[in-house]
Design a protein around this ligand. Structure first.
Ligand code: FEO
Length: 167
């Protein structure tokens, strides 16, 4: 495996791991704050990111590359409210998309079509996750600071997310 690509894939392992821990911290904050629907949503997002990370670890090993399991930064643990929580969610997904695009670009530069092909799954996944984060943040922006709106958002988030997934 090309050394640059190997480094980029290892970086990506870190970003997916970091997102997984970040969403776990978000789930825990929501759980402790009484937003049980939002907590379930982020527990499940955290699991998904873990799957993204593990898929990369297995791929690099299969290709004979060297995996380095990274040390992570401590995730942000407290939020002013749902709006800030979902702003950070969208920011995180946009960051991951940017990094994936960078890997894709380098794959083309190095003519590594195998990794390029493997990364297409991530491109599709990111499109869906970014769209989901945007939809949820849009709804929160409409709701503003309305407490009963937040109550309904928390009650309905799993349904909204499922509908978005099937869209
Ligand atoms: Fe796997 Fe949503 O980044």
């Amino acid at each position: 495996m090309n050394a640059t690509i190997e480094t980029l894939l290892n970086n990506q392992i870190k970003y997916e791991a970091q997102a997984s821990m970040q969403y776990l911290a978000m789930a825990s904050w929501a759980d402790a704050t009484g937003y049980n629907g939002v907590a379930d949503f982020f527990y499940s997002q955290s699991e998904e990111e873990r799957v993204h990370m593990t898929k990369l670890v297995k791929f690099v090993n299969e290709r004979g590359g060297k995996v380095s399991i990274p040390k992570l930064e401590e995730p942000k643990a407290t939020y002013k409210g749902l709006n800030e929580l979902f702003e950070k969610f969208l920011e995180s997904e946009m960051f991951v998309t940017e990094q994936i695009n960078h890997v894709i670009y380098e794959c083309l530069q190095h003519k590594d079509y195998n990794v390029h092909n493997f990364m297409q799954w991530y491109v599709t996944e990111q499109l869906e996750e970014e769209a989901m984060a945007r939809t949820l943040l849009d709804k929160l922006n409409i709701i503003g600071n309305d407490k009963s709106g937040h109550y309904l958002f928390d009650r309905d988030i799993i349904t909204i997310a499922a509908a978005q997934d099937n869209a």
